[in-house]
Each structure stands twice: as C-alpha cells, then as structure tokens.
Design a protein around this ligand. Sequence first.
Ligand SMILES: Nc1ncnc2c1ncn2[C@@H]1O[C@H](COP(=O)(O)OP(=O)(O)OP(=O)(O)O)[C@@H](O)[C@H]1O
Length: 262
Amino acid sequence: MNHPEPAAPLLSVRNVSKRYGDRVALQGASFDLWPGEVLAVVGESGSGKSTLLNAIAARSAPDEGTVQFRQRSGELQDIYAMTEAQQRLLARTDWGFVHQNAADGLRMDVSAGANVGERLMGLGERHYGRLRSTAADWLQRVEIDAARIDDAPRTFSGGMRQRLQIARNLVTQPRLVFMDEPTSGLDVSVQARLLDLLRQLTRQMQLAAIIVTHDLAVARLLAHRMVVMQRGRVVESGLTDQVLDDPQHPYTQLLVSSVLQP
Ligand SMILES: Nc1ncnc2c1ncn2[C@@H]1O[C@H](COP(=O)(O)OP(=O)(O)OP(=O)(O)O)[C@@H](O)[C@H]1O
C-alpha cells in the first residue's frame, strides 16, 4: 500500500490519559496521523479504544495530554483550547464521525436527501436544486438507489443506513473522519461490501481516518498503520502489514494467533 509522506502531521496526539473514577481507561496515548492516512485502533473489548476516539474527536476531554489538529491554514491548533463554537464548526465541516450504530449518526425520520444535505446547509448552501442534486450524487456514490432520496433511513436496511451515514459525513469533503466500529453488527456479506466502499472512498478522497475496530481483517483491508491497545495503553504501533505479519508484543501475537485459529 502506498503510504503518503507529507511534511506535517494532520493530528498530533500526546500523552492522552483518562480515568473514570478509579479506573484508568486510557494511559499516555501518543501518535501522529498524516494527511490521507488511515489508522486503525485495535484491541479487545474494554481496552480503551472508544475512550481514545472520543478524546481525540473532541467529544470527551481527556484528563491529561494534548490533541492538536492542523487547520486548513496550516496552523496546528489544540482542539481543547478551541471554543465550543469552533469545535462544532470543525465537527460539521472538516471532520466526520461515523458511529457504530447508524441511528446515532443519522436523523432517522427525515429523508435520506435531507440527511446528506444538512451538513451542506450548515456550510451555508441554501439552493434547493443544488442540495438535492449533490445529495442524489452522494447516494449513488455510496450505492443507494437515488430513487430512495425522499425515504427516511428508518425504512433502510442496516447496510444502507451505514452507507447513508458515510455519505452524510463525506459530503462536506472532510479531511479527517473518525469511525467507531463502522462495520460491526452487519452481516458478513454486507460488511464486505461496506469495507470495499470505504476503501475506495478513502483512497479517492485521500481521506485521513481513524478507525476503531476489534476486527483485524478491517485493519488489514483499510489501514496504512495501526495501533494496538491493551488495558488503556498503546502496546504496539506500526505499518499494518508489519504489525500483523510480524507482531512484536505478546498481546498482539495473541490477537493475531487467535484470529488465525478459529
Ligand atoms: N462512561 C464510563 N464510565 C465508567 N467507566 C467507563 C466509561 N466508559 C468506559 N469506561 C471504562 O473504561 C475502560 C475502556 O472502555 P472503552 O469503552 O474505551 O473500551 P473499548 O476498547 O472501546 O471497548 P469496546 O470494544 O467494548 O467498545 C473500560 O474499563 C470501561 O469499563
């Protein structure tokens, strides 16, 4: 897989920690993400993956550490030093967040077209014809029949809902998308199609993404690089193929071998 090597990181995470009461959910996580790079965060249930994702996506502030994002202007900005209004603007323009459960990322009772158009309206687009044609284009890009544009996602299958959620996030051409277990909970064949689509879109759009998954096959297929978490710590990180083919940490070795031995 070609690895993009631009000069400066898009996201820089340093020593991020978080506790819930006495429980340490995340301890000293650090990594950089480069423009156009897809990073998988893997680890078993409870290892701190969602806590990490929420901390770096400005959804839940860490107790310690910094998260810096490179704005389009080139300026590296601490996301927790931003005002709430600045964070919200980022979240609906340059960032996307794909939830595991599509219902958490969609408005289930408004039309598919409105779900896609909403983020564009948030950027100031008001022209009905343009909103509708962009929404129709995006439905096609995520392989949803444009004839369903006026239907609400409540009437969609699980796979269609997830594809709609992806369209809703990507319509503003974000530079960074966070994804929390985007394919789990779907049938295997539906997962495979969704993974193909995600791979195609991340490449076409040169999208940087951080994907939380417990499924090493998802990491293998989508990610340039991966970090492995155990009990709140990053225990191994590196190029995906290297980590999966030659894991160094005993925990990663266990994860990889448990996948190989069904
Ligand atoms: N809101 C919360 N209150 C208390 N403890 C929490 C909370 N959220 C997470 N934790 C604890 O923090 C640790 C890390 O949880 P986290 O959800 O980040 O793990 P995960 O790797 O995402 O797990 P899963 O794959 O099951 O979603 C766990 O021990 C969990 O019980």
